[in-house]
Design a protein around this ligand. Structure first.
Ligand code: MV4
Length: 507
């Protein structure tokens, strides 16, 4: 096993990787930009090294600097987290060149999956089900021919894109030429690669992905699926495992396909195969993510495995410590991504100082956070603050547990998307598992109806009292915990409860 690992990331994922290091007796080295001197991951790691200015390009994306730090501090391996350099094959090559193990797949597999057309060709050859369309880049004339063959509507996509970048829906033949030309020039500008391919459009699909693990001895397993359909602008908002539409038979078929995809790509370490699932529950390969993903904890909770520890074991040359038949799924897990953004103002980022932080805990609650009370969230990076993850016996119990945990969660000083989650978790379609990639846009298109009893003078008084309670210094010998006048609403908010106990104290 490695003695020291450098973590080339920040925020909650850097903290998550430090925790795995600590449990495995591996020394952890953090890096930080000028904006992150006081960041949580810096204080959690055993060592921390500055890598440059706030701008990611000059710090967290500075390949030469990061490799230099790793060499100087004696790290034998680099964990890239997600985002930043995690899917950069050149970085993985540079690590290898410096004699440092990159904790992830071989650069060749990263490059294959980085080109959507190369990936489609390879996956098609491996027998992976595909949305009907082209495997390679097309000229306009070829695109017109292909569109006529698969039928409208179609989607044109940039080969170098992914995650929704460089995509266009084309509803009718008359629109194809201009859409193709704009998509091509956009892709050329954004990715320096104008290659375009075409697929039949799947209407309101679900996004369901399969987690795989592959060791360096040819063993590959799948760890079930994650349902990731609740998203906005290609940013996932809630993920869960298992999916309400995947039964044991479908899981086994998707898993076998994912394992075959990973094998044929020469894949090692942790990876994810994304699928589009249509209304008839047909599944189609979308892309492969060649990194540990944000939403890995839901898989950890239902499998009981530690994916980051397994990444370290795989990267150090160990064999997978289990076989497919040893993997079981237990209960249901849901994750909410807590962002510093304002749902009232088009989800505009809302960085700033966290003046008050009350975190949820208790049975079945996990919070993977990158922040602390008193810290100022910088505006230079993705504004995700933490991930709130719950685990319970079944989906209904997990939803109830998440509502309870959200009630316990309070972030003061900045706007967060916490109020959005209550709306989602109360929505009849979400509760029934009727979710697809259009769910959240549809929910956001309907104005937030006032919760019964909200916005009254009493509520304003309650909120004021809660803010007082949250910021006033605690008096000795007072717990403020007297409980009278139990609310008929099963889920009284933290604010209301605090306001009530505050009222009791003053009487
Ligand atoms: C599609 C599609 C429908 N039909 N392809 C969006 C992200 C990018 N990786 C692929 N995406 C889509 N591709 C065909 N042929 C619908 C989407 C899509 C989507 C996919 C996954 C998760 C969220 C999404 C939101 C809108 C559109």
């Amino acid at each position: 096993m490695f003695k020291k690992v450098l973590i080339a990331n920040r925020g909650e994922i850097a903290v998550r990787v430090v925790r795995a290091c600590r449990e495995m007796g591996i020394a952890s080295a953090a890096i930080y930009s000028d904006a992150d001197r006081a960041a949580l991951h810096v204080s959690k790691a055993d060592e921390a090294y500055p890598v440059g200015p706030a701008a990611a390009r000059e710090s967290y994306l500075n390949v030469a600097k990061i490799i230099d730090v790793a060499k100087r501090c004696g790290a034998e391996a680099i964990h890239p987290g997600y985002g930043f350099l995690s899917e950069n094959a050149q970085f993985a090559r540079a690590c290898a060149g410096a004699g440092i193990k990159f904790i992830g797949p071989p650069p060749s597999a990263m490059e294959l999956m980085g080109s959507k057309t190369r990936a489609r060709t390879a996956m098609h050859a491996a027998g992976v089900p595909m949305v009907p369309g082209s495997a390679r880049g097309l000229s306009l004339a070829e695109a017109e021919e292909m569109a006529a063959k698969v039928g409208f509507p179609v989607m044109i996509k940039a080969a170098a894109g992914g995650g929704g970048k460089g995509m266009r829906l084309v509803k009718a033949p008359a629109e194809l030429k201009s859409s193709f030309e704009t998509a091509q020039s956009e892709a050329q500008r954004a990715f320096n690669d104008g290659e375009i391919y075409l697929e039949k459009f799947i209407e309101d699909p679900r996004h369901i992905e399969i987690q795989v693990l592959a060791d360096e001895h040819g063993n590959v397993v799948y760890l079930g699926e994650r349902e990731c359909s609740v998203q906005r602008r290609h940013q996932k908002v809630i993920e869960e495992a298992p999916s309400a539409v995947v039964d044991q038979d479908m899981r086994q078929r998707m898993g076998a396909v994912a394992v075959q995809a990973a094998r044929s790509a020469g894949y090692t370490n942790a990876g994810t195969i994304e699928f589009l699932v249509d209304a008839q529950r047909n599944f189609y390969f979308l892309e492969m993510n060649t990194r540990l993903q944000v939403e890995h904890p839901v898989t950890e909770l239902v499998t009981g495995l530690d994916l980051v520890q397994l990444q370290f074991r795989i990267a150090s040359g160990e064999k997978l410590p289990f076989r497919q038949e040893d993997i079981g799924l237990r209960g249901h897990a849901i994750e909410c991504r807590i962002y510093a953004e304002d749902p009232e103002n088009n989800f505009f980022p809302s960085p700033g100082k966290i003046t008050r932080l009350l975190r949820p805990s208790g049975p079945g609650v996990r919070e993977d956070s990158g922040v602390y009370q008193g810290w100022t969230v910088p505006l230079d990076y993705d504004p995700m603050l933490s991930k709130l993850i719950v685990h319970a016996a079944d989906r209904g119990a997990a939803i109830a547990r998440m509502r309870r945990a959200l009630d316990e969660y309070f972030v003061g000083g900045i706007k967060t998307n916490l109020p959005l989650f209550r709306r989602i978790l109360d929505h009849p379609d979400f509760v029934a598992g009727r979710i697809d990639t259009g769910f959240l846009d549809r929910l956001l298109a309907t104005p937030a109806t006032a919760v019964s009893g909200a916005n009254t003078l009493a509520d304003i008084a309650a909120v004021s009292a809660a803010l007082f309670a949250a910021t006033a210094p605690q008096k000795n010998g007072q717990n403020g915990g007297a409980r009278i006048g139990v609310d008929s609403r099963a889920q009284a908010s933290t604010w209301k409860r605090m306001a009530r106990s505050e009222g009791v104290r003053k009487e």
